[in-house]
Unconditional design. Sequence first.
Length: 438
Amino acid sequence: MSLPNPIPLPAWVQTTLWVQWPVASLLYFSRKFPEPFSIRMVGKRNFVVFSAPDAVEELFTKFTSAGNEELRPFLGDNSLFLLQGMEHTKHRQLLMPLFRGERMRWHAEVMERVVAAAARRMRPGQWVDVNALMQKITIEIIIISLFGVETGGKFEFLRDKMADLVRMANGPAMFFEFLRKDLGPLSPGRKICRTLDEIEKSVLAEILERKGDEAAAKLDAISILLSGKQENRLTPMELLDEIKTILAGGHESAAASLAWALHLIQRDAGVMEKVQCEVHAANRAATTAEEVGMNTVSYLNAVCSETLRIYPAVPVVDRRLFSRARFQGREFPVGVRLAACSYLTHRRKDLFPEPEVFIPERFQEKRFSPFEFYPFGGGNRRCIGAQFAPFQIKVVLFCLLSKVRFEPYSGKKVSVVQRGLTFGPSAANTLRIAEVMT
């Protein structure tokens, strides 16, 4: 059974193009081939890509089985990204409370402390690597949120190892399986496997050390997940895989989104002035960081949404077919991945006039459907951090811009690079500090 509008290039060429020039390749394919068009990746992975809201709605409401097999070596068999059916539902229900309710105030306080520490290390005139800054901030936030430790050897070990793993997993290793395997001392997979093994051993030791502590009153994720009713608890190995999932998915997409947001704010003088005015007003009114994060009608919220429109945290969301299925009037065979591309949907001129222009006001003037604007996917597999991620973006930006004033962006052009499963800014994303407020 042939797939619609296939790209006439070998799978390894298409995969290489995606790794090296993801946005340019995607935009070129979308302009040259009518939707839906089909992309072949190495490992016999076939993606049928579309962006029309009616197709997105059918995908999210009719199909429930994700693929994500390329993540199994990193996250394990028990990851929410890989589970199907009832097991997926069970894990999702147990993990969702970690990112909602009364814990949001605690999360905001953690973010404030991490950003304040980062700001104290800054000096006027200093050039800042925005990507590295946001990665460091988000890694520290997620480690504290998961483990409840903020200093010491355990914190530093996990922070450094996670940063190493993220660097190694970005790019080709995520898409070419042989690069992830330990094929000997000179193979690129040797360090990936060893780093992942060190992280797993450390996390599992922490889980086993705390296991059975019924009196846990802390708000970190491990304490909460281990202190629930026995019948609702995850096994140590299940918890290990979900902790790895949150570590991997909980900071990399947030780091990229924060880096993009700061770049887009500083690049536009009008946006920068509006954001600074709102930040100053919130500080004068003694508004808490939690209140800023929960505010869904602020200009900062619109900035967050517009950032996620232009650079969605999850640029492609797919559903894998485990049986033949009919979709959008076509028959598709087993194994095909039907892929909704938020990156393309968010650039449809019929939905977002002047789609390449950063216009936060569009989110204050109109409410978009979950099939027009879906930076975190949709349906039963929508990211469990879909509410938490914008909260974190707003809180971190608010705390950072309350303490640091950057010069308007005037550097080299910032391009899009592949960072794991998301699109991040290139290394040219740097800013110069104008002032640090005490």
